[in-house]
Design a protein around this ligand. Structure first.
Ligand SMILES: C[S@@+](CC[C@H](N)C(=O)[O-])C[C@H]1O[C@@H](n2cnc3c(N)ncnc32)[C@H](O)[C@@H]1O
Ligand SMILES: [Zn+2]
Length: 253
């Protein structure tokens, strides 16, 4: 299913690496991941949450079950799909553990992919770009994207004719308690409006909304795993409850 990021021909993936017919070759890193990102790494400030600490916080927060209702909706939306499953922007890999099938994760962050590969030996992880997936046309059963980029034209290219995509995107009230900067009313209004509907490309959508009680640890982890733009004046102190509000959408009718 993987394609050479240089020439787009099919990659022959083996235990030690991958090779295309034009002899572009890629080694496996520790944990078995493949680096299929061409043109080098994106600057680290282009990749929010891309530090060891924020990824560790994300893993602690997710494995504690705080977003389990999201995972359950995701798992329902992917049930019965043809394989394989590709998680685009997979981060440290937790959401893939919540779905069935032959599982692959892709992320532009090498740190995230290394962490995912180290923990999940029954899946395969690659470093790559969501906007130019190193994946053959018509080869994937389900593409999922959880709080991550979702270029639908690229998803359509890699999906099998009987496959579908599933996205998780924020709803209007998602983590609203963490956003102290409400001064720019216009921007806040715009964001609320944009998030009040699921992506227009979706054919079906589920709204998952609940109040999440936080422990001290999960409040700290939530701050550590959330991009800096939410953290202007606030911190985890005093944050006892947050609203989780997301759309789980799919291109399946
Ligand atoms: C908010 S995190 C979500 C991670 C994971 N899905 C989760 O929910 O725990 C967004 C992820 O998208 C990845 N990402 C951002 N731009 C990307 C791109 N162009 N291609 C692939 N992944 C990208 C980031 O590295 C990051 O891991
Ligand atoms: Zn090649």
């Amino acid at each position: 299913m993987f394609a050479c990021p240089n020439c787009s021909l099919a990659l022959d993936v083996t235990e030690i690496g991958a090779l295309c017919p034009n002899r572009h070759s890629f080694d496996r890193g520790r944990g078995g991941y493949l680096n299929l990102l061409v043109g080098g790494r994106l600057p680290s400030d282009a990749v929010p949450g891309d530090t060891g600490e924020s990824l560790a916080a994300r893993r602690r927060f997710l494995t504690a079950g705080n977003f389990l209702p999201i995972a359950n909706a995701l798992s329902a939306a992917t049930a019965g799909a043809p394989g394989p499953v590709l998680d685009v922007g997979c981060g440290e890999g937790w959401y893939l553990t919540q779905v069935e099938g032959d599982r692959y994760g892709l992320d532009v962050s090498k740190t995230a992919v290394q962490m995912a590969a180290k923990a999940h030996h029954d899946m395969m992880f690659v470093v790559g770009n969501a906007y130019r997936l190193p994946v053959l046309a018509g080869s994937v059963g389900v593409v999922m994207s959880v709080f991550a980029p979702h270029p639908f034209d690229e998803f359509a290219r890699v999906l099998r004719p009987d496959g579908w995509w599933v996205t998780v995107t924020p709803g209007p009230l998602h983590l609203q308690e963490m956003k102290p900067d409400l001064s720019d009313r216009e921007r806040v209004g715009e964001r609320m409006k944009r998030r009040s509907e699921p992506p227009v490309e979706a054919r079906s959508s589920t709204h998952v909304r609940y109040a999440l009680q936080l422990t001290k640890q999960s409040a700290a982890d939530l701050y550590a795993m959330t991009p800096l733009r939410f953290q202007k004046d606030a911190g985890p102190q005093g944050l006892g409850e947050v609203t989780v509000d997301v759309w789980v959408s799919s291109s399946r009718a």
